[in-house]
Every structure is written in C-alpha cells, then in structure tokens.
Design a protein around this ligand. Sequence first.
Ligand SMILES: Nc1nc2c(c(=O)[nH]1)N(C=O)[C@@H](CNc1ccc(C(=O)N[C@@H](CCC(=O)O)C(=O)O)cc1)CN2
Ligand SMILES: Nc1ncnc2c1ncn2[C@@H]1O[C@H](COP(=O)(O)OP(=O)(O)OP(=O)(O)O)[C@@H](O)[C@H]1O
Length: 239
Amino acid sequence: MTAFLPPLPASPDRKRLRRQLRQRRRSLSPAAQRKASRALVRQLMRYFSQSRARHIGLYLPNDGEIDPRAFIIEARRRRQTVYLPVLHPILGNRLWFYRLDPTTRLKPNRFGIPEPAARNAPRRAPWALDAVLMPLVGFDRQGGRLGMGGGFYDRTFAFKRREAARPPALIGLAHDSQQVEKLPVESWDVPMDAVITPARQVACDVGGIRERQEPGRLFIGHFRLGEKRQGRLRRRTLN
Ligand SMILES: Nc1nc2c(c(=O)[nH]1)N(C=O)[C@@H](CNc1ccc(C(=O)N[C@@H](CCC(=O)O)C(=O)O)cc1)CN2
Ligand SMILES: Nc1ncnc2c1ncn2[C@@H]1O[C@H](COP(=O)(O)OP(=O)(O)OP(=O)(O)O)[C@@H](O)[C@H]1O
C-alpha cells in the first residue's frame, strides 16, 4: 500500500498546497506507483461491480497522478465504454469526452497530456456520462477537491451544483498521501460523489461525507481492501 504521510495542515494558500501535493505524488517511485495503481484498480472493480454505469470518463495519468489505465480493460470486459477528456476547442477551460477504443489515435494537448486526436470521433457530452473518474491533487474528508487549478472539471460539471444527484457520478481518484485535513471551499467547487484511493473508498453524501466511528479510529464510511463491508452507504447516482 502507498506510504501514509501525515496529513498536511489546512492552508488558505491553495497554490502552495497544490505545489506541495503535486510534489508529493511526483516523488512516488515507479514501483510505488505501480503498486498503488494495482490496488486502486481492485477498488474500482469493487466499486463498479454492482453498478449499471455504461459510459465512464477517465484520464491518462500525468504528473504523478494515480494510474487508472488497467481499469480500462476491466471496464471493456463488462461492456462499459470509456472516454477521455479533451480540451474544448472553443468553450474556455471546459472538457468534452471522446470515446477511447483500441484504435483511437492520440495526440498531446497543450499540457502535453495525450487526448483523442480526431475531432469528429465518437464523443459524449459531460451530462450524458454515467460516471467520471477525476484526477485529484488533493482531497479532504468532506469531499472537497483540489485539482490542477484550471477549473476544467469545475466548469464542465457546474450543472451538478444545482442538482447534485444527477449523473454523472463524480469520483475522485488519488493516492492516500493526497488527503489533507480540510480544503477551503470555493463557491465554484462541485462536490464529489466519492473518492477512491488504493486503501479505501469514501462515499461522499449531500452535505458532507457520512461518518462512522470504528474502534480507535474515525472512518468515514470507507472500506479497507479485504475487510468485510459493514453497513451500506447510499449510492445516489450509480446502481
Ligand atoms: N491526466 C489529466 N488529464 C487532464 C487533467 C488533469 O488534471 N489530469 N485536467 C484537469 O483539469 C485537464 C487538463 N488540465 C490541466 C491543467 C494544468 C496542467 C498543468 O500541467 N499545468 C502546468 C502549467 C502548464 C502550462 O501552462 O503550460 C503546471 O501547473 O505546472 C495540466 C492539465 C484535462 N485532462
Ligand atoms: N463554473 C465556473 N465558472 C467560471 N469560472 C470557474 C468555474 N469554476 C471554476 N472557475 C474558475 O477556475 C479557476 C480555478 O479553479 P480551482 O482552483 O478550483 O481549480 P481546480 O478545481 O483545482 O482545477 P480543475 O477543475 O481543472 O481540476 C478559479 O479561478 C475559478 O474562478
């Protein structure tokens, strides 16, 4: 499992926090990254095992982000279709989602992240996806999210602020070491439905994460790999 680092204190300085957390995820060794990715994919398979989600957005890892690529094969096996974010050519800092299949040609976008090259390839509007796996720079117990700072996901899924229960389910993916005590909430933040890390799944609920106390430790409705699932958390969008 990924090494657990002490949580960073809450900081009003998002930029500084972003820099520290990006440095933290980049400093993981290739072996630690591979191990984290394998554990993450096991968690994703559990998360989606009961789900009827058909159209799932994910990302290609960049800058030390946890790698969800092995999930693509598992998703296809279950007849789910996967999509990658593409920077919208006209609408500033918004994402559109293009289908990823074995023949999709990729080319680097302006950040150097590969994205589907053909603009006329099959794509899906953000609101027509069932679930989106989002890369995180940081997250907290309340479902707060820190991204790369472009506001891409916030703008693209702003419609979820008015109606949190509608699809897609927004699921943040991160290394465990990217959790912080508390992130400052901004007016444009779109709450996540869940956070999945190599060690746990955290279901966020409207009004914050549902908390549960277990011996010696405050858990927030999370399940460790191999641990018996106790109780059921409400899944609002999936299933
Ligand atoms: N893997 C992945 N894909 C993604 C995102 C992401 O965070 N991760 N995005 C999530 O939004 C969108 C792209 N947004 C991004 C925003 C900033 C940077 C970035 O590296 N910024 C550099 C400055 C680069 C420059 O301006 O030339 C930096 O901050 O160091 C990367 C992606 C869509 N695709
Ligand atoms: N719905 C929106 N409409 C207009 N501007 C927005 C919206 N959402 C976010 N922004 C702007 O985007 C900028 C970046 O936001 P923030 O720092 O929260 O990004 P982030 O969540 O870390 O990045 P990302 O969503 O790309 O992963 C902010 O300056 C904010 O004003």
